[in-house]
Design a protein around this ligand. Structure first.
Ligand SMILES: C[S@@+](CC[C@H](N)C(=O)[O-])C[C@H]1O[C@@H](n2cnc3c(N)ncnc32)[C@H](O)[C@@H]1O
Length: 483
């Protein structure tokens, strides 16, 4: 297998030649190591884009009428290049026109596949076979887009950049990756691509991307968004159906859809601004109404530390202790939303020191409490105090943070919700809150705002709930009258 090893890649192995006894040996070992790292990354990232998604992006770019040169910096077996070339239809022998298309790929076999496919397109358009192959060699080159220096620029980038967490990179590759990738872009190959692609895009150029939506919403990628936002706006973004938008190379057996939430998007100099704050992909419906947080109280359920300190598995485990039954996230049936029988009881303590039996228990167990949960002067008070306002005397509403939809669950009076994965809404009857949250416009806002996590689940935080606007028609009559 051929290798295209950059000087950068060679230098990263220089520090470890002890067990190699000739310079040929070093080169072979380096080649093997690089080849296996590339093979592993290719195996993990070769999730190819389906034709309709590529055509849609080419339409949005108005390729080839938009002019200029188009580049795919992670071209795989050439899906995107082939589609762009098919539209370009360069006349036989017109190398200059054909070379408006260009691709980079670091996996040797895929480079050969991509060249073969581009040559076939040219031949179909009447090119002589030898010229078609010579041209295809120039269209697709074997390089590492991230580690190698790329000294050209293009007017359009069309890409489905690899998506692979830094922690999963083979160690040798990771060292080289860290050396050339700025800190804010190191979390994933995708982030590094998003950071580097603008450098090879001519002023005023456009980027058409198929990517996971994670970098748009995650708190950790704010700096990356900010850097992109200095130059680009989002002129188009839409969610893609992951099951149909991608496919694996034919020879692969595994064919499960990738576990990402993908978007197709165009970054150019017009459209929605992008900055360090999370970028909301879905349109949030405009609602004429009142913010939920002005109508009810929204708070996180308290965190009381690990089991066995403030949380007991029996109400009478400590004689003399005052306890309340808890509701934990795992005690809620994810299908029905029903709250099961209590399996934990929280010790209730207040301003005054507790009975000696409780003090002794807490002293014995407190070593297991993380630092952030300890109170040196008043060790009997839990990490997040609840005794003055919880449990509630009336039924209230719980929202599990990780769920498939925004679902209000009835919290019976006298039960204490525990854990930051539960958001508590109080100050109005269960029926009224439930009616407000079930309104389609409220559900649509929640769907747009809630970041997608895995397997169809989304994250409904207290911050999100505070942003919801309740339409006037869903506000309880009694409240309207009072207003
Ligand atoms: C998601 S596939 C996209 C292929 C093609 N553009 C498509 O959409 O069908 C990503 C490709 O990037 C390649 N790749 C990953 N890291 C790379 C790097 N640093 N330099 C060049 N190619 C890389 C992988 O081998 C893989 O073929």
């Amino acid at each position: 297998m051929k290798s295209n090893i950059s000087s950068h890649q060679l230098s990263m192995f220089d520090s470890n030649p002890a067990d190699l006894n000739s310079s040929d040996g070093i080169e072979c070992a380096v080649a093997d190591s690089i080849e296996s790292a590339i093979a592993a990354i290719h195996e993990g990232t070769a999730i190819y884009t389906s034709a309709p998604e590529i055509e849609k992006l080419l339409d949005l770019l108005t390729w080839p009428a938009c002019g200029g040169r188009l580049h795919d910096p992670a071209c795989g077996d050439g899906n995107m290049l082939v589609a762009a070339l098919e539209r370009l239809k360069p006349a036989p022998g017109d190398f200059q026109e054909a070379q408006r298309i260009h691709g980079i790929e670091f996996h040797h076999e895929s480079v050969l596949d991509a060249r073969q496919r581009c040559a076939a397109v040219l031949e179909n358009h009447g090119w002589d076979q030898t010229e078609a192959f010579a041209c295809a060699e120039a269209l697709v080159i074997q390089r590492d887009f991230l580690l190698d220096e790329i000294d050209q620029t293009w007017d359009v980038i069309l890409a489905n950049p690899p998506y692979w967490r830094r922690a999963r990179l083979p160690g040798s590759y990771r060292d080289a990756f860290d050396e050339v990738t700025p800190h804010h872009a190191r979390g994933d190959l995708l982030n590094a691509y998003l950071d580097k692609m603008p450098a090879v895009l001519a002023e005023g150029g456009q980027m058409a991307l198929v990517t996971s939506d994670r970098w748009l919403a995650n708190a950790g990628t704010g700096r990356l968004r900010e850097a992109l936002g200095d130059r680009f706006c989002v002129s188009h973004v839409e969610r893609l159906d992951t099951a149909s938008a991608f496919h694996r190379p034919k020879k692969r057996e595994k064919d499960t859809p990738p576990r990402v939430h993908a978007v197709g998007m165009i970054l150019s100099n017009e459209g929605r601004a992008i900055d360090a704050s999370p970028f909301i992909v879905d349109e949030i419906p405009e609602v004429d109404g009142i913010p939920l947080e002005e109508i009810v109280t929204i708070r996180l359920a308290p965190w009381l530390g690990p089991d066995g300190i403030f949380l007991l598995d029996r109400p009478d485990a400590i004689p003399g202790a005052k306890t309340v039954p808890c509701v934990m996230p795992r005690g809620i049936d994810s299908e029905t939303g029903e709250i099961g029988k209590p399996v934990r009881w929280a010790i209730v303590t207040g301003d005054e020191p507790p009975p000696p039996s409780v003090a002794r228990h807490l002293e014995r167990e407190m070593a297991r409490m993380p630092k952030r949960g300890r109170r040196e002067a008043t060790p009997w008070i839990p990490p997040e105090r609840f005794d003055k306002h919880l449990p509630l005397a009336e039924d209230a509403i719980l929202i599990p943070r990780i769920a498939t939809s925004l679902r209000p669950i009835r919290l019976p009076a006298g039960r204490l919700p525990v854990n930051h994965s539960l958001v508590l809404i109080s100050g109005m009857s269960w029926e009224d809150v439930s009616t407000m949250l079930s309104h389609p416009l409220v559900q649509a806002q929640a769907d747009a705002l809630a970041p997608r996590v895995e397997s169809g689940y989304r994250s409904y935080t207290a911050t999100l709930l505070r942003q919801l606007i309740i339409p006037h028609e869903a506000i309880p009559v009694a409240l309207k009258k009072a207003a």
